[in-house]
Design a protein around this ligand. Structure first.
Ligand code: ADP
Ligand code: MG
Length: 396
């Protein structure tokens, strides 16, 4: 799969109404106030580029999971307000996302401003990718830009559907993601090291499969390491093990050996008697004692993994090395995160919890690319084409 998408420059924006799928699905508190507007800020460059090119931006977004019904708490009005503050331009927030009234409101909205349409998931057809709904959206504009990387693994009407109806391109945010993942997946500088962790090996086996064809070293930590260790016949105590994945882990180990990929597993662990922040923690060797669960990689493993990461020319990281939410089990993730920051090669982090860990460690600025889409980045690492990207640029 070659990962690419046409850029905004390929569209003639002047005088055009430009539908833009954005990822404004921001976290909010119980009162509905926005607690983090990073996702709104991230789309501003694309909106400004459209305005600078003489186009009128009309944003489509989803918020939460209203499941095809109008849910008052999931209206986009608060987001429209924040967007207006950030853009310092008039934002017209509508209470519908299709139909003649919407079309008229777009036509009547200030020329140098932004229109924000209502939550697209109020339509039942949205998440089904209903082609009629795609056409209704497309009827509102002349061009389409997808800037919602975080939704691009979904074949939804407002994500990939509109691109089947109008000339389209990737927004600046989406383009950055495509370039970052294209760089590591298509033509990585070597050595290329992947760090994989997180809770369940079953979530990540397809990623492992795909990356074994690409990387020089695969470093495994987190909960998924223990199913691998069990597959090698080590004792794992009461650590997280997915019995039904053991054969697949064996197959991955065999594939790694066949490809000449060094697949590294922990050689020591931080273990506890239970899954709790105040559990008594100690260090164990590779074999985990009975009644103990491994909740982080041990000090020797930390140094081994850090050395691999620091020597790499390309690194991709998905999944924390331990239960980093609890201080006692954070050191492995912190050490590997620090190594990533020290690495002079090209570094990419994807995955919701991994990105949160990088934020918690204050290392954002030391990483070359932090992906804005957990699920979407995982599917790219699995080698899948994302519908929201593949659909772009098909119509002239
Ligand atoms: P990401 O969101 O970055 O893709 P995952 O969702 O796969 O990562 O995994 C993150 C979760 O894995 C974290 O909540 C972390 O606490 C958990 N985890 C990491 N190591 C372990 C472990 N040894 N045992 C149990 N859970 C773990
Ligand atoms: Mg996660």
């Amino acid at each position: 799969m070659s990962l690419q998408a046409p850029s905004i420059d390929s569209l003639a924006l002047q005088g055009k109404t430009v539908l833009i799928r954005v990822d404004f699905n921001v976290p909010r508190d119980a009162q509905g106030s926005i607690t983090d507007d990073t996702r709104i800020r991230a789309a501003l460059p694309t909106l400004r580029a459209v305005l600078a090119g003489g186009g009128k931006p009309v944003c489509l977004m989803h918020l939460g999971r209203p499941k095809g019904q109008v849910v008052e708490d999931l209206r986009v009005s608060a987001i429209g307000k924040r967007l207006e503050e950030l853009m310092e331009l008039p934002v017209t927030t509508l209470t519908e996302s299709t139909g003649q009234a919407v079309s008229d409101s777009i036509a009547g909205a200030p020329a140098h401003g932004v229109v924000l349409l209502e939550n697209v998931r109020f339509h039942g057809g949205e998440t089904q990718g209903d082609p009629e709904l795609s056409k209704s959206y497309a009827a509102l504009g002349d061009l389409f830009i997808n800037d919602a990387f975080g939704a691009s693994h979904r074949a939804h009407s407002s994500v990939s559907g509109i691109a089947g109806c109008l000339p389209s391109a990737a927004g600046l945010l989406l383009e950055k993601e495509v370039q970052a993942f294209g760089r590591i997946l298509n033509d990585p500088a070597r050595p290329f090291v992947a760090i994989l962790g997180g809770a369940k090996v079953s979530d990540k086996l397809t990623v492992i499969e795909n990356l074994l064809d690409k990387v020089d070293v695969l470093v495994v930590g987190g909960g998924m390491a223990y199913t691998f260790l069990a597959a090698q016949g080590h004792s794992v105590g009461i650590s997280l093990v997915e019995e039904n994945q053991i054969d697949l882990c064996k197959a991955a180990l065999a594939k790694a050996a066949e490809r000449g990929v060094r697949l590294l597993l922990p050689v020591d662990h931080v273990v506890a008697d239970r899954f709790a922040a105040d559990a008594e923690a100690s260090v164990s060797g590779v074999d985990i004692p009975e009644g103990r669960m491994a909740l982080d990689i041990g000090p020797k493993t930390q140094e081994l993994y850090a050395a691999e990461v620091e020597a790499a020319k390309t690194v991709v990281w998905n999944g924390p090395m331990g239960v980093f939410e609890m201080e006692a089990f954070r050191a492995g993730t912190a050490r590997v995160g620090q190594a990533l920051a020290n690495c002079s090669g090209y570094t990419v982090v994807g995955g919701g919890d991994s990105v949160a860990a990088i934020g918690m460690l204050g290392l954002e600025s030391a990483v070359d690319h932090i992906s804005t889409g957990g699920g979407a980045s995982l599917e790219l690492l699995e080698g899948k084409a994302l519908p929201g990207i593949a659909a772009l640029g098909q119509i002239a």
